[in-house]
Design a protein around this ligand. Sequence first.
Ligand SMILES: *Cc1c(COP(=O)(O)O)cnc(C)c1O
Length: 343
Amino acid sequence: MSVSAADVDFNNLGFTYMNLPYRFRAYYKDGKWQNEGLTDDPDLHINEGSTILHYGQGVFEGLKAYRTKDGEVNLFRPEQNAKRMTHSCERLLMPEYPVDKFVDAVKQTVVANKDFVPPYGNGATLYLRPYMVGVGGNIGVHPAEEYIFSIFAMPVGNYFKGGLTPTAFITSEYDRAAHKGTGANKVGGNYAASLFPGQYAHENGYSDCIYLDPVSHRKVEEVGSANFFGITKDNVFLTPKSPSILPSVTKYSLLYLAKERLGLGTKEGDVFIDQFDQFKEAGACGTAAVISPIGSITNGDDKHVFYSETEVGPVTKKLYDTLTGIQFGNVEAPEGWIQKVEV
Ligand SMILES: *Cc1c(COP(=O)(O)O)cnc(C)c1O
């Protein structure tokens, strides 16, 4: 049974699965996408030999629908998620789901579950989770011939507990991805590799772990599900550049806003773990995390505190206000960043 909107407490949302009334689904068979549309069935019925089950042939995306003050519903750069999914699909030899159809499917999913787009005011949103998996009787190690593309939704609050309150992170001795592996693609296998170090971080009181570059272990790569950025003492928004980082839509949006709206310098480059002193503030950014200030990073015996362990820094706050202002429709968006959903 799906949940009813009347039973959802929109003021106390976490990041938890909810069985909403509808999800979009499409089937790839005989070389083409077919049977595309909404369904009320939350379960997939797939063959036991499916490549997703054995060889991890699956990709996903994450984006949000935002309720504005006027009750409208905004999507933030959904075509960026669509394009990134096509890159992930290419890497895993999966068929492309066309960008325009992806965006249309996102909109259909939002409209069908429109009562679950949280009211404007406390930052809650409707999270959308598109994914594609290889299915069918297929135990040999080769790409599947059949695929399912689907999008489900759920209302969410803050991803990291605390929202704009800084939290503590710890570097990991494990790698989530190799430089020529799949780190730059949103594939499930990267997350499977991150569960163990993530659990270690949580059990030791940290929000999450920070992965270092897999070659030298001297540079910051990213947080398991969010990109890293720091604000240097000379006002540069600096974020790591590496082939094994997932190219975050939020990160690239912040790079633009830091320069165009806040007048900061911007740079994608190396962030050495023994040079945290160059930063006055640091944060993690992603669709789910939005911007989560980093209070401290523990690396071995060293603990580096950034702006403060309890208060968000002014630049991070300004970036947060600008980004969320655009997403919720209160700040003028750069051309093409917002798409309205006709609900
Ligand atoms: C999805 C994801 C991010 C954030 O990307 P956004 O496009 O900003 O949501 C960062 N790192 C990893 C590993 C991710 O999977």
